[in-house]
Design a protein around this ligand. Structure first.
Ligand code: GRF
Length: 226
């Protein structure tokens, strides 16, 4: 479904993919409920049955789907194709036009992400391209970074490598621990992700020829939001 359908009277549908606590999902759900994101959450989907975010989504009355990653193994290895077939079916059934990854700890194949090109975002807890992958707060501390933060980007087949849309930074303070730094970055995430999703679902943020545009103009650098 084209992104332009967000201009119709029916709010576009948004699926949120999680694997964990779901605090970003909650921030997105609140922004949808408040009308600051012009979309409605059609499904919260988790690959982990015990993810705290699934319970939180149920409490909010949101539709939830669990696609247990452990059920998709073949000959001792992850059956990514089988998992993605189930995920595609769940997204299709929910009618999602947009997909946002919010702490979703699965790498999706090139074929899968291409179906949602320009309609799928990820949030990553570092100032990309620094610290792709896991344990970003510990790695920022170990590297002696003076600044750390969060990035939102369009999803491509490259892990944490799609075109950047927006970033927010915090200074790394003397005495910071993984817990203290992660708490400050999480607070930024809850502000930044709903803001970018608002831009996307309102049609202001688009993806043209692999490049993000805002109000029709190419984004020459990620938006820096403080
Ligand atoms: C966040 O730090 C997000 O940037 C990363 O995973 C974490 C998810 O946290 N991709 P939560 O489940 O939204 O609380």
């Amino acid at each position: 479904m084209p992104a332009s359908s967000s201009t119709t009277e029916t709010p576009p549908r948004l699926a949120v993919l999680i694997s964990g606590a779901g605090s970003n999902m909650l921030a997105i759900a609140r922004a949808c409920a408040a009308g600051s994101i012009p979309a409605r959450i059609s499904a919260v989907i988790s690959d982990v049955p015990t993810a705290g975010g699934i319970a939180r989504a149920r409490e909010l009355g949101l539709a939830t789907v669990v696609i247990d990653r452990r059920a998709y193994r073949r000959a001792g290895a992850a059956d990514r194709a089988g998992f993605e077939t189930a995920l595609a079916a769940a997204l299709e059934a929910s009618g999602a036009e947009y997909v946002v990854l919010a702490g979703f700890l699965r790498v999706l194949s090139a074929g899968f992400v291409s179906r949602y090109a320009g309609r799928m975002l990820n949030i990553h807890p570092s100032l990309l391209p620094r610290h792709k992958g896991l344990d970003t707060h510990a790695r920022a501390l170990a590297a002696g970074d003076v600044e750390h933060g969060v990035s939102v980007h369009f999803v491509t087949a490259e892990l944490d490598g799609g075109p950047l849309v927006a970033q927010s930074a915090v200074p790394v303070l003397a005495g910071d621990t993984v817990a203290s730094l992660s708490a400050r970055v999480h607070a930024l995430e809850h502000m930044l992700y709903p803001m970018v999703i608002q831009l996307l679902t309102s049609g202001r943020l688009q993806w043209n020829d692999g490049r993000p545009t805002l109000d029709g103009a190419p984004l020459s650098a990620p938006l820096r939001v403080q």
